[in-house]
Design a protein around this ligand. Structure first.
Ligand SMILES: [Fe+2]
Ligand SMILES: [Fe+2]
Length: 294
């Protein structure tokens, strides 16, 4: 049967099956789970942690890059994992390690449909912007905001790597038929990238506070338990587009949800664009910082 003859439900089921297969592939290295477990245990000491990450210089570099990035605003340079634990804390470091490792594990080769570098920059920018917005509105869990932002489009990465022909068809439909990303995704996969990402994050045992904002980053008003965080991600995503810094072409025309308008007291999109300009310097600073990551 041709895929065009499948019903929406059948397409959805087919995609869910692929997601399940991705989960069964154990794409996340075992050491990452060991690391997450170790960071979850308050009795783990820095020495044990060092031992776990010591084999992976690239991971250490990335952890230190995040710790030293302008969003933490630290005066002293963080040069060791021990010091990173001290300034960032175990819980936040655990989330950072988990997010970076997962995004690394899911990386694919760059092609004309998705540049891995652009995707990584977009992830960092939405994460950093979300963390700053969360801080500015007085939230405590700003570390979670970074992770939610960093992982918000992880579904796109999964589709690009494991359902590549679907990814190509989605882009093609967007360009030839002028469909929105959501319309094209539903047409091809019967499911959106938000769902794909959140289903896998849930299977990988990420907490609901991270899974839900990933699921609702385009529609925070549908979120039951994390509407504020979902709105923050919605706004941070919009800001990359409004400021044209770290934007992703697939997000072009990304809309702000009604809840985001209400939460940030925007009356029209122009208010959100004006609001975004307050973050321009931070965006540039952060962008300069992560640009060399690949
Ligand atoms: Fe998205
Ligand atoms: Fe995005």
């Amino acid at each position: 049967m041709l895929s065009t003859e499948l019903t929406s439900q059948q397409k959805r089921e087919r995609t869910l099956k692929i997601i399940n297969n991705v989960f069964n592939l154990n794409v996340i290295p075992k050491v990452v789970f060991e690391l997450i477990k170790a960071l979850d245990n308050p009795r783990t000491n820095a020495m044990e942690l060092n031992k776990l990450v010591s084999h992976d210089q690239a991971l250490i570099t990335k952890i230190l890059t995040v710790a030293n990035s302008p969003m933490y605003g630290l005066q002293r340079k963080v040069t060791t994992i021990d010091f990173a634990i001290l300034v960032i804390g175990f819980k936040e470091l655990k989330n950072i390690v988990a997010a970076i490792s997962i995004s690394d594990a899911l990386r694919n080769k760059t092609d004309k449909y998705l540049s891995q570098k652009d995707f990584l920059l977009h992830s960092y920018m939405v994460g950093s912007a979300a963390k700053k917005i969360a801080k500015d509105i007085g939230l405590q869990n700003t570390g979670e905001a970074f992770i939610c932002g960093f992982l918000h489009d992880i579904g796109l990465s999964i589709i690009h790597r494991y359902m590549h022909s679907s990814f190509v068809r989605v882009v093609d439909l967007m360009q030839t038929e002028r469909l929105t990303l959501k319309e094209a995704e539903i047409e091809v996969n019967g499911i959106t990238h938000e769902e794909v990402g959140s289903i896998l994050l849930d299977k990988w045992n990420f907490p609901n506070e991270i899974v839900e904002p990933v699921l609702y980053h385009h529609y925070p008003s549908q979120s039951q338990s994390s509407p504020t965080m979902s709105s923050i991600i919605n706004l941070a995503d919009f800001m990359t587009e409004a400021l044209k810094i770290g934007e992703l072409y697939l997000d072009r025309g990304v809309k702000l949800d009604e809840l985001t308008f209400n939460k940030f007291k925007f009356e029209k999109e122009l208010d959100a664009e004006k609001f975004s300009t307050n973050y321009k310097d931070l965006f540039w600073e952060q962008m300069e910082f992560v640009r060399f990551l690949s």
